[in-house]
Design a protein around this ligand. Structure first.
Ligand code: CTP
Length: 402
């Protein structure tokens, strides 16, 4: 089989050096990458580096190898175009259809999915001109990855940072995996909230009550939603996983904090997916000092109180009419019967039910589930990557939007 053809467009920003890592990841995972830098990008990283790392020529102008008509052929032959980093200038050119170099020509001739990974100073990102260009590109079906928040060039910090290249690679992989369908990002204009990981309920400064959730399913939901064009807020317990590219990440500890963050983000959300494993109980008292063993107490009690049921609450009081709410249920016995009862009890639109077992659910990269819907339909999802299950969830959510 031919290798998927990826065009890596690089525009003139300091993050161009980070695009070398993205290029490596794409090449090493079996993609045929053609780098198309702009003339300004070459001020940051030279043509030699792009050609050597990609194994393909790297030209900026339409006037080279004219007999091969590169300004048309490169775009026409691509399975994916990713512009990373993408400057404010490049967003403006792409939004207005300018074609004054090889990359802008390629963007006009490509009929495959296109991803832009902007990186710039916060002021430039927030400028209404840039925001309007981003909106235009998104409405045309392109995926514009929200920049990360953090250190920018010089001493500044803020929104505009180039996300981790490994995470941009994940978005590319997801978009390629969706195939031609990905040409139109079907969650564009939607805000989705995903909760992930397990909560931790502190007992004292060194101990907590927790659970075995790895967060992988929630992170897969966040990543796949970005690859389908959504604005994504991820509310997550401690997982040790890197923040996915293009996602607003809110880190929480306890169920009470999770509730607060989810309710806040859900206020303008089109969908809320509760993949987090929420502790049903928390210690009634937090000991400000470490709890010590005592020889006179053989079985020290831990008094617990109930935590709020967030899924039931957001299902009962939808922050917006038509908001779609999705829950998860990991069960060990009578999986489907328990799932159906839980769906009715929680009042959500969809409930993803899976059986807890070896290589399934906790900690694994794979999952197998049945998605139960309030309208009585059942969608079995065969054993496979958590991302495949995530895509099925978004398919079902997108159906309900329309
Ligand atoms: N959930 C929640 N708030 C809680 C507990 C659970 O929002 N306090 C959500 C989870 O995020 C998940 C769904 O509810 O989407 C089901 O979680 P589960 O623990 O299976 O539900 P419980 O109501 O705790 O059911 P069980 O009686 O099986 O413990």
């Amino acid at each position: 089989m031919d290798k998927p053809k990826v065009v890596l467009g690089v525009s003139g920003g300091i993050a161009a050096y980070k695009a070398c890592e993205l290029l490596r990841r794409l090449s090493e995972s079996g993609h045929d990458v053609r780098v198309v830098p702009t003339a300004s990008a070459l001020h940051f990283v030279g043509e030699t580096t792009w050609a050597a790392l990609s194994g393909n020529p790297a030209s900026t102008e339409v006037w080279e190898s004219v007999h091969e008509v590169p300004h048309v052929r490169i775009g026409q032959g691509a399975d994916l175009v990713v512009v990373a980093p993408c400057t404010a200038d490049m967003l403006a050119k792409a939004a207005h259809g300018l074609a004054d170099d090889l990359l802008t020509n390629t963007l006009l001739t490509a009929r495959c999915p296109v991803i832009f990974a902007p990186a710039m100073h916060t002021e430039m990102w927030e400028h209404p001109a840039t925001q309007e260009n981003v909106t235009t590109l998104r409405h045309r079906g392109a995926i514009v990855i929200e920049p990360a928040v953090g250190r920018l060039t010089g001493v500044d910090t803020g929104k505009g940072r180039f996300p981790d290249p490994a995470e941009i690679f994940e978005v590319c992989r997801r978009v390629l995996a969706r195939g031609p369908e990905a040409v139109t990002a079907d969650l564009v204009g939607r805000h989705v909230v995903v909760s992930a990981g397990g909560t931790r309920e502190p007992l004292d400064p060194v101990r907590y009550l927790g659970n075995r959730s790895s967060g992988k399913q929630g992170y897969a939901l966040a990543r796949t939603a970005v690859a389908r064009g959504a604005r994504v807020t991820l509310v997550t317990g401690e997982t040790g996983l890197p923040d996915p590219a293009g996602v607003d990440v809110v880190h929480i500890g306890t169920a009470v904090q999770l509730r607060e963050a989810v309710l806040k983000a859900a206020a303008d959300a089109d969908a809320v997916v509760m993949a987090a494993a929420v502790a049903d109980f928390r210690p009634a008292h937090y000991a400000p000092g470490k709890i010590k063993k005592r020889d006179d107490v053989e079985q020290p009690p831990i008094e617990l109180v109930r935590n709020p049921d967030i899924l039931a609450e957001i299902s009962a009081e939808r922050a917006r009419p038509g908001q779609i709410v999705v829950g998860f249920a990991a069960e060990t016995d009578d999986v489907l019967a328990n799932g159906r009862q839980k769906l009715a009890r929680k009042g959500c639109d969809l409930l993803v039910v899976n059986e807890v077992g070896e290589h399934k659910t906790f900690g694994s990269a794979e999952n197998e589930a049945v998605v139960l819907a309030a309208d009585g339909t059942e969608t079995p999802v065969p054993h496979g990557p958590k991302e495949a299950l995530a895509d099925t969830v978004w398919d079902l959510v997108a159906e309900r939007f329309s």
